[in-house]
Design a protein around this ligand. Structure first.
Ligand code: GRF
Length: 237
């Protein structure tokens, strides 16, 4: 799809009644696949938001490139298929991503959420889920992002540069690392006595709000991409 053409997202949703029958929720449930390499606190925030009905959707599989990722353990505890896909078993990144696409399709995933996933996706993967991949970054993009900007490095760079406001960003994933259309940003004030660790902790709390919110908007069909901009449409009555 041409990224300059407004795209209604998503049209692949499965209609179903919400358990509580609450009228204000749109009666659709999306199927979410999460890719994670680490502790999975964002994954947990997404799972919890699905369970309590905030997101009209469910996490249907969690895939990791690390056998010991705690994210996989979190998935198992929730009874969600937890899949370790070993990168050393594939000859190229393309082959690895090809298998990822297959698994996500086998689980009929509507939306792919990257939550601390440490591998850069190939164009093949991005094409297969065009406008249906989200990522979260612990800074206000386009600052402090791109290759090599992850984990505490981001917060150290923020403090070294001396900015007074940082935050987190949820964005759609395109071929350019961290530079896809921005869905939501939440600011966090930098404090005089902040360390990379303290800042990371406060930003993470905001991440746990921002990610479920972005997914909810997607699930409700309220995100419209126009070039670089993501318009948030009013709720459907
Ligand atoms: C988060 O800070 C996220 O912004 C970044 O990686 C970290 C993952 O943390 N992409 P967790 O695994 O979700 O706890």
């Amino acid at each position: 799809m041409d990224s300059s053409t407004p795209s209604a997202i998503p049209d692949t949703l499965i209609k179903s009644k919400t358990e509580r029958g609450r009228e204000q929720l749109k009666e659709t449930k999306i199927r979410i696949g999460v890719l994670a390499s680490g502790r999975g606190s964002n994954l947990q925030a997404i799972i919890d938001a699905c369970k309590d009905g905030y997101i009209p959707g469910e996490v249907v599989c969690v895939i990791s490139d690390k056998a010991d990722a705690f994210a996989l353990e979190r998935a198992r505890r929730e009874g969600i298929p937890a899949i370790f896909l070993d990168p050393t078993k594939y000859e190229s990144r393309e082959e690895y991503d090809g298998r990822l696409v297959e698994i996500l399709n086998e689980h009929k995933v509507d939306l792919v959420c990257l939550a601390g996933y440490m591998r850069i996706l190939t164009p093949r993967f991005i094409d297969a889920f065009r406008n249906r991949i989200m990522n979260i970054h612990p800074a206000l993009i386009p600052a402090f992002c791109g290759k090599g900007m992850y984990g505490l490095r981001v917060h150290k760079a923020v403090l070294d540069f001396g900015v007074k406001v940082t935050g987190c960003t949820v964005h759609f994933v395109t071929e350019e690392v961290d530079l896809g259309p921005i869905i939501i940003q939440i600011p966090v004030m930098v404090r005089e006595d902040d360390t990379p660790e303290s800042l990371s902790e406060r930003v993470l709390k905001r991440e746990h709000r921002a990610y479920p919110r972005a997914i909810k908007l997607f699930a409700e069909g309220r995100l419209q991409i126009e070039g670089r901009r993501v318009r948030i449409l009013p709720p459907n009555k």
